[in-house]
Ligand binder design. Structure first.
Ligand code: PSU
Ligand code: MN
Length: 300
C-alpha cells in the first residue's frame, strides 16, 4: 500500500485527513463531469482545513492519496474495475487498476490510519433480497472497521428499512446529523427514523473518542447527513423513474456489481440530470462535513 507523502505527513503530525472513495468517480458519475467532481471534492476537504486522501488501486498498488494524474486515470481509464474489500488481493496480485467502493476504501483508509471518510450514499440490501441475495459488501466491512463514514444515508435504489436492520445486526452506530430521520440519498429523508442525533462536528468527534475509550468496538460510525431539502430530487419524479429503472434492470437481466451503476445512470437520464445534481449536492455536503469532523477529531 502506498500512502502519498502529503497524507503520510498529515497523519504523522496528527493533522486532519479525509478519505474519499473512487468508485463514485469511475462508476457513479458520467464523464467528463466526474473528473471535475473528483478535483472539487478534494478542494472542499482542503477548504475545511483537512488533507484529502482519495483511495484507489493503480497497477496493483493500493493507494491512499492520489495526485492529479491518479485522479485523471480514475475518471477516464476505460475498463477500470470496481473493487470491494474482497477484490483488493486479486487486483494487487494481478497488477490491475480499479476504483474502490465504500468497502474497499474503508479498509485501506483505516489501515493507513485515516479515521474519517466521505461518500455519497452507502451500498446496502437490494430490493427483492428475499429471492436474490444481494447485499453490498459495504455493510459487512463497516461491521468490522473503525472508521467514521459521512454519507447521505444509503442509496434510495435499495431496500432502506432492510439495510437499516442489517446495520443494526452488524453493530454499526448510526447517527443523524441535525436530523431524526435517516436521509434518502437523493431525497432529504427516507422516512425511516434514526435513534441518535448530533448537532455539531464536535459531537460526532466525541462519539469517535467514546468508541476509542470503550475499546473493542471495532465497528464504524455512520454520520447520516441529509441533502438540503431545497436541493433534493423531486420525490414524485424520483419514485416514478426509479420504478421504471428497477423494471428495466429486471428485463435486461442486470445483476451483481452492475446493478448499482445501471440504476444510478438510469436515474440521471430519466430525470434529465436532476438526480445528478441532487447526488452532487449530497456528496459536496458530506465532504464538507467530513472535513469539519476530521478537524474536530484532530483538535481533540
Ligand atoms: N455512492 C454514490 N455513487 C456510487 C457509490 C456510492 O453516490 O457510485 C458506490 C460506492 O462505491 C458503493 C458502491 O460502495 O456504489 C456500492 O456498490 P454495490 O452495491 O455493488 O456494493
Ligand atoms: Mn451487490
Amino acid at each position: 500500500m502506498r500512502v502519498s507523502e502529503e497524507v503520510a505527513e498529515a497523519l504523522a503530525a496528527g493533522r486532519p485527513v479525509v478519505a474519499l472513495e473512487s468508485t463514485i468517480i469511475s462508476h457513479g458519475l458520467p464523464q467528463p463531469r466526474n473528473l471535475q467532481v473528483a478535483l472539487e471534492l478534494e478542494e472542499i476537504v482542503r477548504e475545511a482545513g483537512a488533507v484529502p486522501a482519495t483511495v484507489a488501486v493503480l497497477d496493483g498498488v493500493p493507494r491512499v492519496g492520489l495526485d492529479k494524474d491518479g485522479l485523471d486515470r480514475i475518471a477516464t481509464e476505460p475498463g477500470l474495475r470496481k473493487l470491494g474489500y474482497r477484490d483488493l488481493a486479486p487486483a494487487a496480485a494481478l497488477g490491475l487498476s480499479g476504483a474502490t467502493t465504500v468497502s474497499g476504501t474503508s479498509f485501506l483508509a483505516a489501515r493507513a490510519g485515516v479515521r474519517v471518510f466521505a461518500t455519497g450514499g452507502l451500498g446496502g440490501v437490494h430490493r427483492g433480497w428475499t429471492t436474490v441475495q444481494d447485499e453490498s459488501a459495504d455493510i459487512d466491512t463497516l461491521g468490522r472497521t473503525r472508521i467514521t463514514v459521512v454519507c447521505a444515508g444509503v442509496k434510495s435504489i435499495l431496500d432502506v428499512p432492510a439495510t437499516l436492520q442489517r446495520l443494526e445486526t452488524k453493530q454499526v452506530s448510526v447517527v443523524g446529523y441535525r436530523t431524526d430521520e435517516f436521509p434518502g440519498f437523493y431525497l432529504h429523508s427516507s422516512g425511516e427514523p434514526v435513534d441518535w442525533r448530533v448537532e455539531t462536528p464536535q459531537e460526532a468527534a466525541g462519539i469517535m473518542r467514546a468508541q476509542d475509550a470503550l475499546g473493542g468496538l471495532e465497528t464504524a460510525l455512520i454520520v447520516a447527513n441529509p441533502v438540503p431539502a431545497d436541493l433534493q430530487l423531486d420525490p414524485d419524479l424520483h419514485d416514478r423513474v426509479l420504478a421504471e429503472g428497477l423494471r428495466a434492470a429486471e428485463e435486461r437481466g442486470v445483476t451483481g456489481q452492475a446493478i448499482t451503476p445501471f440504476l444510478l445512470e438510469y436515474l440521471v437520464e430519466g430525470t434529465d440530470g436532476a438526480s445528478l445534481e441532487a447526488n452532487l449536492a449530497a456528496v459536496r455536503g458530506n465532504t464538507a462535513l467530513a472535513g469539519r469532523i476530521a478537524a474536530a477529531w484532530a483538535a481533540g
